[in-house]
Structure formats: structure tokens, C-alpha cells
Design a protein around this ligand. Structure first.
Ligand code: BGC
Length: 518
């Protein structure tokens, strides 16, 4: 029986399992991806809101006054720690929340974690829209952060676990696609609400409730992942769900593979964080977390959070700046579609490597132009300001079909079950930590390093190119529970981490006898 062979080879059988791309999988992936919409909305909304006069006047009066001083230094007019804290507090909360979420996700499953995310997010949106003072405002951001922590922990894992291996990349990138849609929608809303004098910012911040409600309602429709059901001992429900989402009756091999992964996970250790410290977990842990560091050190969030501020620094008017941010947002969405259709065909590495060249050129030319044409107090020639907007688009496109989506996809697919939740937690929280650092530091860095900041990011891009070229194994098309066998143990560098590993004894699984099936 092929099932026994697959088990005996430790699950490294080497083929994809029978599966159709069913409506169930599509619908569940799209609903879950609304977690990305919440995240993206938040990324996109704060930059625009912090450049609105009515918002600054109410909460950050000092910044408001400095912004309107004629001779203020171009690079320093927004440098204010509290203003940065408004943007970045969300990410601090998200780090703590994603730790809680990793435990919650393992104990209660992916679906309740997604539900909790939407509730946190809804509360955050309400608090922010109603904010009467800075404390309420920050409290709202903390709730939103908890929502992001829970959502970002559960959604990519959820999609990677329900997707058939050969469509996993494209489906998982729906999460990133909705992040980009969220950013774009936020930019458009900011553009509209910036015209409203008093309450524009309240509408912008309160709008976060919409994706939260969609996700909350949708989360009652989605299934729990077979892996999570089986992991929590609900074998029959796991098998039933697997049949339903695969659209074929014969799911025995995949079921046994998941069962095998679960048995292994249980045998190894009950504490997945301790497991993660083992030598054989190092390759996935290092790659999963470093990918997120690199994702953030492309400098993408300088553009996402501060594009309107940056464009104003270059001399565009307030609404021209928001409009330019809308244009870059549109480029972001369209380019993510490119990733969806290419990632399972060309593989992850090709996209990562191509984009390194593209982003490097864009960042360094941008730095060069700003260095030459934007001094402390002048106004930049309009032609060059427009070229910079174009270069921002080139940069965003490169990011959007590579490090953006793959920063989430790869960590969600490379860990074996016994370390998946804990390992992915490290990836998510590293992303949040680096996002926090950039959000918190950027305006001060811009003030001190000026155009040099773009060369700083260029250096990181070179580094990440080398890393992707030499150290990242290709994971395209490999079933999620066969990664160790088919990706890590075959990689020229990482295979040494498995040298002394005993190959796990085949689990003796007699599920067919013990379960009533029909
Ligand atoms: C990143 C965000 C970023 C966004 C831009 C995401 O993958 O995690 O930090 O703002 O992409 O589209």
C-alpha cells in the first residue's frame, strides 16, 4: 500500500497528494485573507492621518506648529517621538499578542484565533474613532495591535495548511494581496477625509471596523484546518474536513501524513518552544525570522507609513502627496497579483532574486536624487520630485512580487508541525519588532541621515540578495509536512544540521481500525 511506503519513508514520499482546487479552499482562503485587509488598512491609514492638520492640531500641537514654520528643515519637520509612537505602538502590542496567539492557536485552533483577531480589531477601531485624548488614541492602537498579532499569526498558517501543495504559494499570497488592498483603500479614504476639516481623521481611523466586521462574520463560515483538528485529537472531524476541502474521497495518504506529523510532534516534545531550540530546528528558525528582518529592512514601510510625509518633504502639496500615495498603493496591489500567478510556477527564489536588483537600483537612484536636489530648506525641482515618485513605484513593485508576500509565505510553510506555531511566532514577532523599529526611528533617521537613509536600505538589500542566493532552499510544490525531507535535508548548507538526527521511527498508525468511516 502506498500509504505504508509514505509512512515508512518518514513522510518524504515525494509526491503531491490527490486534491482539487475546491470552492471550499478558495472561499476559506479569501475570507481568512481579510485578516490581511485589517493589517493593511492600518499600515496605510496612519501615514495619512499623521499628515492631517486637524489631527495634528488635536493631538500633536507642537508638530502642527513646526510643520507650518516656513523655514523649517525639510528633513526634520515631522520628527516627534510621540507622533512616531502613535504609529509604532500598534506593533509593540502585536509582538506581545502574537506570543499569546501562538499558544491560543495551538490549543484552540486557527479558526478561533482568527475570530479573536477580528474582535480585538473592532474594539481598537471604535476606541480610535472616538478618541478624546492621546491616551484613548494609543489604547485603540494597542487593541488594533492585538488584532494584528492574532491575525498575522493565524491567517498565513491557516491558508498554508488548507491549500493543496501546488497552489499553496498563490493562495497564501491572497493574504498579502489583501494587505495591499487594505493599504490602498486606506490611502483613498485618507485622500477623501483630508478634505473634511474637523472629523476626517475619525472616519479614517474608524474605517478599520469594516474589515474587522467582514472577518468576524466570515470566520463563522470557514472550516478549521485538518492539521489543527488532528493535532487536537479530533481525527474523524479532521478526515471529514480533509475530504471536503480536497474534493476527492481518497485522501488517505495526506491524512496519514498529517497523522504521522502529529505523532512525531507528540513524541518529540510537548513544549514546542523548547523543541525550537534543538539543532535540527535551527535552519527553519534562522531562515523564517531572518526573512522577516530582511522584509522590513528593504525600507518598504518608510514608503507605506510615511509616503505622504515624504512627498510633502519633497515639496508636493498636502493632497498631491496623498494622491501620490494612492498611486504607489495601486502599484502595490497590481504587482502582488504578479506574485500570485508566478510563485508556484517559477518558484520563490527567482522572485526574491530578481526583485533585489530592482529594489537596489530604485533605492540608490532615489538616494542620489535627494542628495543632489533636496537640501535642508530648499524646494525640490518638480521634475525630480516626479522622478522620485516613479522610482518609488519601481521599488514598491519589486517588493510586492517578492519579499512582501514571501516574507509571510515561506515562514508559514517551512516548519514541521512540532515547531510550526512557535516558529511562526518568531517570524511574526520579528516582523512586528522590525516594523516597530522602522516606524519609530524613521522620522528621526530622516532628520539625521537625510538622503543617506536610502543608501542604508540599499546595503541591506545587497545582504538579503546574498542570503536568498546562497541559503534559502526552494519550497515550491513540496507538501508542507515533507519540508524537512525534501528541502532542508537536501540543501548544501543546512543539511549538516540533520546529520546526527536519528530518523524517526515510522509511526504505527491504525486509524482505519479505530475510526468509524463512511
Ligand atoms: C509587510 C508590511 C508592508 C506591506 C506592504 C507586508 O508584507 O509585512 O510591513 O507594509 O507588506 O505591502
Amino acid at each position: 500500500m502506498p500509504t505504508v511506503a509514505a509512512l515508512e519513508s518518514g513522510g518524504g514520499g515525494g509526491q503531491d497528494f490527490p486534491a482539487k482546487l475546491t470552492g471550499q479552499v478558495l472561499i476559506c482562503s479569501i475570507i481568512a485573507a481579510f485578516g490581511g485587509l485589517m493589517f493593511g488598512y492600518d499600515i496605510g491609514i496612519s501615514g495619512g492621518v499623521t499628515s492631517m492638520d486637524s489631527f495634528l492640531m488635536k493631538f500633536f500641537h507642537e508638530v502642527y506648529e513646526r510643520k507650518h514654520e516656513v523655514k523649517e528643515n525639510n528633513y526634520c519637520k515631522y520628527d516627534n517621538e510621540y507622533l512616531q509612537l502613535f504609529t509604532s505602538s500598534l506593533y509593540l502590542a502585536a509582538i506581545v499578542a502574537s506570543f499569546a496567539a501562538s499558544l491560543f492557536c495551538k490549543r484552540f485552533g486557527r479558526k478561533p484565533t482568527i475570530q479573536a483577531a477580528s474582535i480585538f480589531f473592532l474594539l481598537g477601531a471604535i476606541l480610535d474613532a472616538a478618541a478624546l485624548n492621546i491616551y484613548m488614541l494609543i489604547a485603540g492602537r494597542l487593541f488594533l495591535g492585538a488584532g494584528v498579532g492574532f491575525g498575522n499569526q493565524a491567517v498565513p498558517l491557516f491558508i498554508s495548511e488548507i491549500a493543496p501543495a501546488r497552489y499553496r504559494g498563490g493562495l497564501n499570497i491572497c493574504f498579502q494581496l489583501l494587505i495591499t488592498v487594505g493599504i490602498l483603500v486606506a490611502n483613498v479614504i485618507n485622500y477623501g477625509t483630508s478634505q473634511l476639516q474637523e472629523y476626517g481623521w475619525r472616519i479614517s481611523l474608524g474605517g478599520a471596523a469594516v474589515p474587522a466586521i467582514i472577518l468576524l462574520v466570515g470566520s463563522f463560515i470557514i472550516v478549521e484546518t485538518p492539521t489543527s483538528l488532528i493535532e487536537r485529537g479530533k481525527l474523524e472531524a479532521g478526515l471529514k474536513t480533509l475530504r471536503r476541502i480536497r474534493g476527492v474521497h481518497d485522501v488517505d495518504r495526506e491524512f496519514e501524513e498529517i497523522l504521522h506529523a502529529t505523532e512525531l510532534a507528540k513524541k518529540v516534545e510537548t513544549n514546542s518552544f523548547r523543541n525550537l531550540m534543538k539543532r535540527s530546528s535551527r535552519p527553519q528558525l534562522i531562515c523564517g525570522t531572518i526573512l522577516q528582518v530582511f522584509q522590513q529592512f528593504t525600507g518598504i514601510n518608510v514608503i507605506m507609513f510615511y509616503a505622504p510625509v515624504l512627498f510633502q518633504t519633497m515639496g508636493f502639496g498636502s493632497s498631491a502627496s496623498l494622491l501620490s500615495a494612492v498611486v504607489t498603493g495601486l502599484v502595490n496591489v497590481i504587482s502582488t497579483l504578479v506574485a500570485i500567478f508566478t510563485v508556484d510556477r517559477f518558484g520563490r527564489r527567482v522572485l526574491l532574486l530578481e526583485s533585489v536588483f530592482q529594489m537596489l537600483i530604485a533605492q540608490s537612484v532615489m538616494g542620489g536624487i535627494l542628495m543632489k536636489f533636496l537640501q535642508s530648506t530648499n524646494e525640490m525641482p518638480q521634475l525630480y520630485a516626479k522622478i522620485v515618485v516613479l522610482l518609488v513605484c519601481v521599488f514598491v513593485a519589486g517588493f510586492a512580487w517578492s519579499w512582501g508576500p514571501l516574507g509571510w509565505l515561506i515562514p508559514s510553510e517551512i516548519f514541521p508541525l512540532e515547531t510550526r506555531n512557535a516558529g511562526f511566532f518568531f517570524a511574526v514577532s520579528m516582523n512586528m519588532l522590525c516594523t516597530f523599529l522602522i516606524a519609530q526611528a524613521f522620522l528621526s533617521m530622516l532628520c539625521r541621515m537625510r538622503s543617506g537613509i536610502f543608501f542604508f536600505f540599499s546595503a541591506w538589500i545587497v545582504l538579503m540578495g546574498l542570503f536568498a542566493g546562497f541559503f534559502l532552499p526552494e519550497t515550491k510544490g513540496i507538501p508542507i509536512d515533507e519540508m524537512n525531507e525534501r528541502a532542508w535535508k537536501k540543501h548544501w548548507f543546512w543539511k549538516r544540521y540533520f546529520d546526527e538526527e536519528e530518523s524517526p521511527a515510522p509511526a504505527h498508525l491504525e486509524w482505519k481500525d479505530t475510526m468509524t468511516r463512511n
